[in-house]
Design a protein around this ligand. Sequence first.
Ligand code: MN
Length: 220
Amino acid sequence: MALTEYKKKRKFDKTPEPGPKEKRTRTGRMFVIQKHRATQLHYDFRLEVDGVLKSWAVPKGPSLDPTVKRLAMQVEDHPVDYAKFEGVIPEGEYGGGTVMVWDYGTYKPENADDVSQALQKGELKFSLNGKKLKGSWVLVRTRDRQWLLLKHRDYYTTEEEVTEIAPASILTRRTLAEIAEDEGGNIKKASTGDPKQVPPRTGVKRRKKGQKAKIWHSNK
Ligand code: MN
């Protein structure tokens, strides 16, 4: 009963979040990252495994810099339908705040055919094919529910902060404040999850010469 904990934590007559139903996507290998302004801003990293989304809360979000280790706290499994959830969880309810679909796509395990088993052993190497995130990554357990999310060095490596360069929803292009405004949430609180301003593209930290990383969609 992989979604027992998910179900126990929520009141489905109070929250717009999807119910605890297991299912499988066509590929069975979906990933999604949700930017979530709850008590603290964090990024929920989710991988589809055996009919549910294995989930980690990453306080600082993913980094495309291979020298940066990002803490990832494993949380309860979520239903696959959660990947499409963007909106507002009412204040006072579990996870109350604004949720944005920050990136999604598919993943491919690199060190195992059995993803579930690799996670049980505490190390999963995988490549992401998302809209913002691509290339090779690893999740390593350090203790209990505490993991590290790390980028492997490859074509998509960059020192630029992808969370700052590409802050908005990949589904709707909205910021957290705009989602809160549209869905009746707390705009002021949500806006503290938005960058003050999009930093100039010509900062001190830049990608290595000759490396072109396509990390977000241009507005067409
Ligand atoms: Mn969360």
